[in-house]
Ligand binder design. Sequence first.
Ligand code: MN3
Length: 209
Amino acid sequence: MTAIIALRSGGRTVAHQLPELPYDHDALKPFLGEETLQLHHGKHHRGYVDGLNDAEARLNEAREAGDFSSLRALCDALAFNYSGHLLHSIYWECMSPDGGGEPSGALLEQIENDFESFASFKTQFLAATNSVQGSGWGVLAWQPLGQKLVILQAEKHQNLAQWGVVPVLVLDVWEHAYYLDYQNQRTDYTEAFFDVVNWTCVQDSFNGA
Ligand code: MN3
């Protein structure tokens, strides 16, 4: 099951849940250490899930009371926490202890069609991700309008997003994702990410999009 489908189980009355990590906390060594994954998944990701549930509850209260005076802040909280929950859910699934190498099949064909080659895709993906201003993400996404793959930067979780695209591969470059293992060496972390990319899962997400 891909991360995006798993998220659909949360409905209006069902609280969003923190998804289980698809591997042990120490399974991605040496790319990321056990403490990084414990903090990142157990504290940071959980914070977005809790924040989303809280914001949805407050939105329901506002609707029932007919009082939308705090809607600006609520919309901000919903966008921030929903996007954080979604992107982290994809991020965990994008990695595997058995990952790395290169994609194949329809995904590779589309990458070669839209970026000329896997090598030039990787170069552009790393350039986009490494130059995110402050906290954010590098994202490979399917753009339905143009029927093509696009590479995006997201600041925080939600800024600079494109409406309607379906993210299929994401790389977290908030410092909490890598600081314990790489300190301020973001580029070492992003380069090593390609040693653990789970291309089978990315392929499934791409086929689903
Ligand atoms: Mn994060």
